[in-house]
Design a protein around this ligand. Structure first.
Ligand code: GLC
Length: 421
């Protein structure tokens, strides 16, 4: 990275100074819905289909005329997100294919002027607001349709034109839809520095228009959050992060066998992992061309929401990172202060034994509203008794046992297997 100019330094300092406050809601929200929707949905072969199959631009463009989504599918997404216990949504306003989902002055290759005949971004924003969800815009910097999208790497005039276009698009998105909570950039190919992308200036202008905006790390600046993709790994302590995950291996609509889709247990485990590392989960749906949500995603997310209605308190709000605990055959942990939550995914029967904890237990109960449980803690063996004979959670077989300790415990079982957050 080049030395920063004074105004770049000032930009970073202001973003830093306002970060905790801007991001408070986001840290507490934990769970969001990612929506990948564009022309590619009509082909049903992944959102990279144009590039992977080398479909010529002129041929691909024809998909703009044939795309006829049903009225207001975004209401279905928002209703589902709400029912699933998600607190925010992030939708692709423009994916790598270059088709703009909003009514834009920047290009006629947009949803209002082509097949859909309307502003799909506006519908999305209205739906999110109707259901009380925060609003995020995904925007791909890489563009396979714009004539300068590749050329900008070696032709200075093309770069200028492409940056003007990019900045104009971002300006429209940040100006025309009221308050936007998240700007979620993606792939910054082919330019190789934030200076080349003018990211400082572009993001500074976005923040002028949206002072409470949260920006991700994909414009070649670290900005507010890291975005591990298709894996869940905590960033260093103090750094916000959000794991973005597909539901079935493709972001855009692609039919795949049921066993390729994450089960509700798997989704809950992803949420658990994110909560244990102090991060968020952004789980994707790829709606069909008409905008409907794949049925299997609806079923599974509805179950997740049912579960979160019972146990959500453990997931939402401030959480602390789990550190120094080990794996167990029966389940694993999240934490809030001195209280640990044992996510019991393989129910042990009437007694639960946990070895190696370094602190004394004060109380334990089965959530959501169990009575205090009896327990013994001799040396480094804790045995909790009086549990139901079978797993009390009938939604996903994921039960929670709350354990309050005198101090935050570590777990030492002497075989060198610490859990990573
Ligand atoms: C990627 C992919 C993409 C997807 C995204 C989500 O980098 O190119 O298709 O939109 O990540 O994180």
């Amino acid at each position: 990275m080049a030395d920063q100019t004074q105004s770049q330094k000032e930009y970073l300092a202001t973003a830093e100074a306002t970060r905790a406050e801007r991001m408070q809601w986001w840290h507490e929200a934990r769970f969001g819905m990612f929506i990948h929707w564009g022309l590619y949905a009509q082909l049903g072969r992944h959102e990279w289909v144009m590039n992977r199959e080398r479909i010529p631009v002129k041929e691909y463009e024809q998909l703009a005329a044939t795309w006829k989504p049903k009225p207001r599918p975004a209401r279905e997404w928002a209703a589902l997100a709400k029912a699933a216990g998600m607190k925010y949504m992030v939708m692709t306003t423009k994916h790598h294919e270059g088709f703009l989902l909003w009514d834009s002055q920047m290009s006629d290759y947009n949803a209002a002027k082509c097949g859909p005949g309307r502003d799909l971004v506006r519908e999305y924003v209205e739906a999110a607001r109707e259901f009380g969800l925060r609003v995020g815009f995904y925007y791909s910097l890489m563009d396979w349709h714009h004539r300068d999208g590749a050329r900008c790497a070696y032709d200075e005039k093309a770069r200028r034109r492409f940056l003007d276009y990019t900045q104009g698009c971002v300006r429209e998105l940040m100006s025309n839809y009221g308050k936007i909570d998240i700007l979620w950039y993606d792939v910054s190919w082919p330019l190789s520095s934030p200076e080349a992308w003018e990211s400082y200036e572009m993001n500074a202008r976005a923040r002028e228009l949206q002072p409470e905006l949260i920006i991700n790390n994909r414009s070649q600046l670290p900005e507010d959050l890291g975005t591990p993709e298709e894996h869940i790994r905590a960033e260093e302590a103090g750094r916000a992060w959000e794991a973005c995950m597909t539901f079935n291996g493709s972001w855009g609509w692609q039919p795949t066998p049921p066993e390729d889709w994450h089960s509700e247990r798997k989704v809950l485990d992803m949420l658990r992992q994110c909560a244990a590392g102090g991060g968020n989960l952004l789980l994707n749906i790829g709606p069909l061309p008409d905008g409907s949500v794949p049925e299997i995603a609806t079923e599974r997310l509805t179950a997740v929401g049912k579960w979160l209605k019972k146990y959500g308190n453990v997931v939402y709000g401030p959480v602390d990172r789990v550190e120094g605990l080990e794996w167990l055959p029966t389940g694993t942990w999240t934490r809030k202060g001195n209280t640990l939550y044992f996510w019991c995914t393989r129910w042990p029967g009437k007694e639960l034994a946990i070895g190696g904890l370094t602190e004394k237990l004060k109380s334990a109960r089965v959530l959501p509203n169990g009575k205090p449980l009896a327990f013994t803690q001799k040396k480094d063996r804790l045995v909790i008794s009086g549990l139901p004979a079978s797993c009390p959670d009938k939604v996903a077989g994921v039960a929670l046992i709350e354990m309050e300790f005198r101090k935050v415990p570590q777990q030492k079982l002497g075989a060198g297997c610490v859990l990573l957050p």
